[in-house]
Design a protein around this ligand. Structure first.
Ligand SMILES: N[C@@H](CCC(=O)N[C@@H](CS)C(=O)NCC(=O)O)C(=O)O
Length: 241
């Protein structure tokens, strides 16, 4: 990919200039992708600094207390961490297009769905570590009822996206995992998810792939599968990504 991931021994980049933004990221991190999706949806220019998470630069823990990505740094040194907080911060700072609704009840409901989605993030990590197709099938049994909640939500609102006729915050916050789901069959052959139960989610995924912000950060199933395989077996070399 030709990305330079800053690592131990590399100097800290100079402070961010006033009025500019810097995102500390890692190409394959779904949480960093959330921030990149929001920045793209808003058309906000930013500088990206990629961090080698296997060999972090010494100074990075001064940027992010847990030395994780993403972190958003503003001119003046202010830093926001945590993908959901970064996304909310960006939505407030750059109001167009708004990603949350003017309907606060809807927002509250979407935040609850997002919290439930956190379980899928955990199940995704279990799925990529599944030893065989039987184990994966067991994990998928736990995935199904959560997906059904999202399927039902699309049925209830009868809209293409959770945000309505264009993607909103909930759409962008869950998208990184949806994109990576396409890599799972390449990791364990012989397992297929019964997608016929979630036709609206499938249509949502197809529509999301046409969204300009999604297209900007999109990576192929093959690229994700390649990264995940190395991440799981421990052979990942971030200098060769
Ligand atoms: N809750 C955090 C999670 C961020 C996270 O776990 N990032 C991973 C990469 S995808 C990371 O930085 N891992 C390095 C580490 O844990 O040391 C968020 O939403 O921003």
């Amino acid at each position: 990919m030709g990305i330079k991931y800053l690592k131990k021994g590399d100097p800290q980049p100079p402070p961010v200039e006033a009025g500019k933004l810097r995102l500390y990221s890692m190409l394959y991190c779904p949480y960093a992708q959330r921030a990149r999706l929001v920045l793209a949806a808003k058309g906000v220019p930013f500088e990206m600094v990629d961090i080698n998470l296997k060999n972090k630069p010494e100074w990075y823990s001064k940027v992010h207390p847990e030395a994780k990505v993403p972190a958003l740094e503003m001119g003046g040194g202010e830093v926001v961490v945590e993908s959901l907080d970064i996304s909310d911060y960006l939505d407030q700072k750059f109001p167009e297009p708004p990603l949350w609704s003017t309907d606060q009840d809807k927002n509250l409901h979407h935040k609850q769905l997002l919290e439930t989605f956190g379980k899928l993030e955990g199940l995704f990590m279990e799925a990529i570590r599944a030893k065989d197709s039987q184990a994966l099938e067991g994990i998928l049994l736990n995935v199904a009822p959560i997906l059904q909640l999202f399927e039902d939500e699309l049925a209830k609102t009868r809209s293409q996206f959770f945000g309505g006729n264009r993607p909103g915050m909930l759409d962008y916050m869950i998208w990184p995992w949806a994109e990576r789901c396409a890599a799972v069959p390449a990791l364990l052959t012989g397992v297929t998810f019964p997608t016929e139960h979630v036709p609206r989610i499938m249509a949502w995924g197809a529509a999301m792939m046409q969204d300009p912000a999604v297209k900007l950060s999109a990576m192929s199933a093959e690229a994700h599968a390649n990264f995940i395989k190395k991440y799981v077996d421990g052979s990942l070399d971030m200098d060769k990504l």
